[in-house]
Design a protein around this ligand. Structure first.
Ligand code: XMP
Length: 517
């Protein structure tokens, strides 16, 4: 295994992800707990992460000396490289110390100056390669025993190596995708330097998490709110495997679901897995509460609050629970950290079951916290979830309500559900579903005039949206053929009463968001 020592970088989880991709198990441990983890794990290698801290600053974190004494190979990334250099007798200077440079940020190019085991099958001496830099400080004098194997304009010690002790340091970030060969550099470290076999799989992740959940929960009870999406379903199935009947799942049907969604969830949980499931029919109370609401934030806030009310009532009925399970993924964790810590504004109030743990005095079980969406899908497959479930497009908690600008009503939801189903059926038939991050229909509160048969129509406009994305943070429109779009338009207008015009949304994110509200 690989021990990842976290000094607080925003992208430490990406290191773990790259190590997983190389087929090797890793654990991330804060630097303050690294010494104990080294004893316990006896890892084959250690990776020191980046950090917002500055090595020359008083009180900035250090790696435990025992890591250097243990003789395991070490890869230091950015701050990790600097702290290693400093601790082994080198020198690090703060950015701007020479009065000229304030570090390097963003894309940079390095030149390979000497061969190195990290470059196996990848880079040759003399080549230039793109990497991603983000550092203010830099090493100005490397520690005894090291040699330089790659340089960049701003970092003469872009990559340093001590082959004897098997210590390597990169000034750039190999773990981010903007360092195109970074994943391979990390794979070379864990396999060729540390000698890990590369056979670790999602099956082992599953086993590890099950043991962790058992240890955390003991014989107490867990409640899991299902959304119909992949994340909560995977979390629930995993937890059920760990603690069986101590888990109860609650699915709130707020009337804002897609076509057949409730039946699919019921079938999956009751028939496929035999997991206890409470389905709450709450359509009426949601529709009456939404009546008259047109402001997007008011709609979102009402749905979030009402969801909590319903959930809480159901939880009381079944005698409550000590833990709440959530399918929180790593990008949710990063986003919420930067949202609470930074000066960023609230674009939308996201609806999840966020208010519940405090209100109901519950602790959280979040077994997917370190995974990314595509990894959750792999885990879902591993757990035997049907492909149709695993590959589903994300669906927001407030559901169709945020795809109906203006006032929401049951009639409007029914119209939208039908149009959406036709659109998705066409997308699946064309074999495009998996190439698209999210595709859905939107029902506009605008009516326009049309002609069908020999009669005048005066009905709603339906907008179609489809985007590609890797994490939902940025997105681009999916460039359908015109013939595909016109087929969808024709079918929707013919088959869905209440819609007489279909348009395609050509807005990327930013400046648009994926959802319309
Ligand atoms: P936006 O519209 O902000 O959406 O570009 C980004 C991604 O988040 C989903 N989304 C939500 N998911 N609760 C959720 O669970 C919400 O309140 C919510 N709002 C948006 C959206 O579908 C897209 O995948």
């Amino acid at each position: 295994s690989i021990l990842i020592v976290d000094f607080g970088s925003q992208v430490t989880q990406l290191i773990a992800r790259r190590v997983r991709e190389a087929g090797v198990y890793s654990e991330i441990v804060p630097f303050s707990a690294a010494e104990a983890a080294l004893e316990r794990m006896k890892p084959k290698g250690v990776i020191l992460s980046g950090s917002p801290a500055s090595v020359p600053a008083a009180g900035s974190p250090r790696a435990p000396q025992s890591i250097f004494d243990s003789g395991v190979p070490i890869l230091g990334i950015c701050y990790g490289q600097q702290v290693m250099s400093q601790q082994l007798g080198g020198q690090v200077e703060p950015g701007g110390a020479d009065g000229e440079r304030d570090g390097e940020f963003g894309r940079a190019f390095l030149t390979v100056t000497e061969p190195c085991v990290l470059f196996d099958g990848l880079w040759e001496v003399g080549e230039r390669h793109q990497v991603w830099m983000s550092h203010g400080d830099r090493v100005t004098q490397f520690a005894p025993g090291f040699r330089i194997v790659a340089i960049s304009d701003g970092a003469p010690f872009a990559l340093i190596a001590d082959d004897e002790r098997r210590y390597y340091g990169t000034q750039f970030h190999p773990e981010v995708v903007h360092t195109p060969d970074g994943a391979k550099l990390i794979a070379n470290f864990v396999r060729h330097v540390c000698g890990c076999s590369g056979e670790w799989t999602m099956a082992e992740f599953r086993a590890t998490k099950i043991a962790e959940i058992r240890a955390q929960v003991g014989d107490q009870r867990v409640l899991c709110g299902l959304s119909g999406g992949v994340d909560s379903a995977v979390a629930a199935v995993l937890i059920h495997e760990a603690i069986g009947e101590q888990l109860t799942c609650v699915f709130v049907d707020h009337g804002l679901l897609r076509m057949n969604e409730r039946e699919q969830v019921e079938r999956l949980f009751r028939d496929h897995y035999n997991i206890p499931l409470v389905v709450v029919d709450a359509e009426e109370r949601f529709m009456s509460g939404l009546a008259g609401l047109t402001d997007p934030e008011k709609k979102r806030k009402f749905i979030g609050a009402e969801f909590i009310n319903v959930f809480e009532e159901e939880a009381k009925k079944i005698g409550g629970a000590d833990f709440l399970a959530q399918g929180t993924l790593y990008p949710d964790v990063i986003e919420s950290v930067s949202f609470t810590g930074g000066p960023s504004v609230t674009i939308k109030s996201h609806h999840n079951v966020g208010g519940l743990p405090e209100r109901m005095n519950m602790k959280l079980v979040e077994p997917l916290r370190e995974l990314f969406k595509d990894e959750v899908r792999l885990l879902g497959k591993e757990l035997g979830l049907p492909d149709i479930f695993v590959g589903r497009h994300p669906f927001p908690g407030p559901g169709l309500a945020i795809r109906i600008p203006g006032e929401v009503s049951k009639d409007r939801c029914d119209i939208l559900r039908k149009a959406d189903a036709v659109y998705l059926e066409e997308i699946r038939n064309a074999g495009l579903y998996d190439a698209i991050w999210q595709a859905f229909a939107v029902l506009l509160p605008v009516k326009t005039v049309g002609v069908m048969g020999d009669g005048r129509t005066y009905d709603h406009v339906c907008a179609l949206r489809a985007v590609t994305s890797t994490d939902g943070m940025t997105a681009d429109i999916y460039p359908f053929d015109a013939s595909f779009l016109s087929r969808c338009a024709t079918r929707i207008i013919n088959e869905v009463q209440g819609i007489n015009r279909v348009v395609y949304d050509y807005t990327s994110k930013p400046p648009g968001t994926i959802e319309w509200e």
